[in-house]
Design a protein around this ligand. Structure first.
Ligand code: GCO
Ligand code: CA
Length: 263
C-alpha cells in the first residue's frame, strides 16, 4: 500500500529539457517509477534520438518531441501531437532552462530578457496549454524546477535569480488557481549539482568549486540521481494534498548561513 502511493505506472510525463542533465535524471526517476516519458529538447533531433536510446537502455518507455518551449505556436502544436500520439499528459515537469553569468551592470537587455523568457515565461506557456486537459480530467501534477536562486542572490546570475524567484511565485499562483481542480503544482529547488551547466564553475582549482563544497553542509556537489525521489513524490499520489511548495534538494544550503573556509 505505501509503495503503491508512489507508483506512476500508466502515467504520461512530459519533462521539458530532458535530453541531458537534471531534466534527464528526474525523468529517469519518473520512468523507473513506471511513467512513460515524453522527452523534449530543442537543440537537434539527433540529441533527442540519442537520449531516447539512453532511456530505453534503462528499460524506460520514452518518446521524443523537439520543440522550443518559448514559442507558443510550437508548444500548442507539440502538445496536440503528444496528446493524440501518446496520450493525455498526467505529469508536467517544467525543467528547460538557461543561465547567463554576467555582472548585472554589464548585461545586455536582450540577454536578460532571453533568460526570463526561457526560465520563467516558458513554464507559463507550457503549463497554460497542458493544464487545460488536466482541468478537464480533474487530475494533474505540475512540477516547476526552481533553484537556490529562487531564494538567494549570487554575483553574475541576476537574470537567472529574477526568473527563478519569479518561478517560485508562479508555482504558488498555479497552486492558488488550479488546486481546486485536483491539480497539484509544486517546485523542486536543486542545490548545486554536477551537470554540464555547472561544469565551468566546478573545475578543480576554480574558487567556486571549493566555495560550494564549503557552503554545502553535505560537503559535496549533488549527484543528479538525488533528485529522483522528490520528483517521484511530487508526481505521485503521495503528494495529492501538497500544493504550492518548493522542495529544496540542496544538501542543506538553505538551512545555514555557511562557515569560514578553515572550519
Ligand atoms: C550558478 C549555478 C546555479 C545552479 C543552480 C543552483 O551559477 O550559481 O549555475 O545557478 O545552476 O540553479 O540552484
Ligand atoms: Ca549518478
Amino acid at each position: 500500500m505505501s509503495i503503491e502511493l508512489f507508483n506512476l505506472s500508466g502515467k504520461i510525463a512530459l519533462v521539458t529539457g530532458s535530453t541531458h542533465g537534471l531534466g534527464m535524471a528526474m525523468a529517469k526517476g519518473l520512468g523507473k517509477a513506471g511513467a512513460t516519458i515524453v522527452v523534449n529538447g530543442n537543440s537537434s533531433q539527433q540529441k533527442i534520438d540519442d537520449a531516447i536510446k539512453l532511456y530505453e537502455s534503462e528499460g524506460i518507455k520514452a518518446i521524443g518531441y523537439k520543440f522550443n518551449v518559448t514559442d507558443e505556436a510550437q508548444v500548442i502544436d507539440a502538445i496536440n501531437k503528444i496528446q493524440s500520439e501518446v496520450g493525455p499528459i498526467d505529469i508536467l515537469v517544467n525543467n528547460a532552462g538557461i543561465i547567463k553569468r554576467t555582472p548585472l551592470e554589464e548585461m545586455e537587455v536582450a540577454d536578460f530578457k532571453q533568460v526570463i523568457d526561457v526560465d520563467l515565461v516558458s513554464p507559463f506557456i507550457v503549463s497554460k496549454h497542458v493544464v487545460k486537459g488536466m482541468i478537464a480530467r480533474k487530475q494533474g501534477k505540475i512540477i516547476n524546477i526552481c533553484s537556490m536562486m529562487s531564494e538567494l542572490g549570487r554575483n553574475t546570475v541576476g537574470a537567472y535569480a529574477a526568473a527563478k524567484g519569479g518561478l517560485k511565485m508562479l508555482t504558488q499562483n498555479m497552486a492558488t488557481e488550479w488546486a481546486k481542480h485536483n491539480i497539484q503544482t509544486n517546485g523542486i529547488g536543486p542545490g548545486y549539482f554536477a551537470t554540464s551547466q555547472t561544469a565551468p564553475i566546478r573545475v578543480d582549482g576554480h574558487p567556486f568549486n571549493e566555495f560550494i563544497i564549503n557552503r554545502t553542509p553535505a560537503a559535496k556537489w549533488g549527484d543528479p540521481d538525488d533528485l529522483a525521489g522528490a520528483a517521484i513524490f511530487l508526481a505521485s499520489r503521495a503528494s495529492d494534498f501538497v500544493n504550492g511548495h518548493v522542495v529544496y534538494v540542496d544538501g542543506g544550503i538553505l538551512a545555514t548561513i555557511g562557515k569560514p573556509s578553515n572550519e
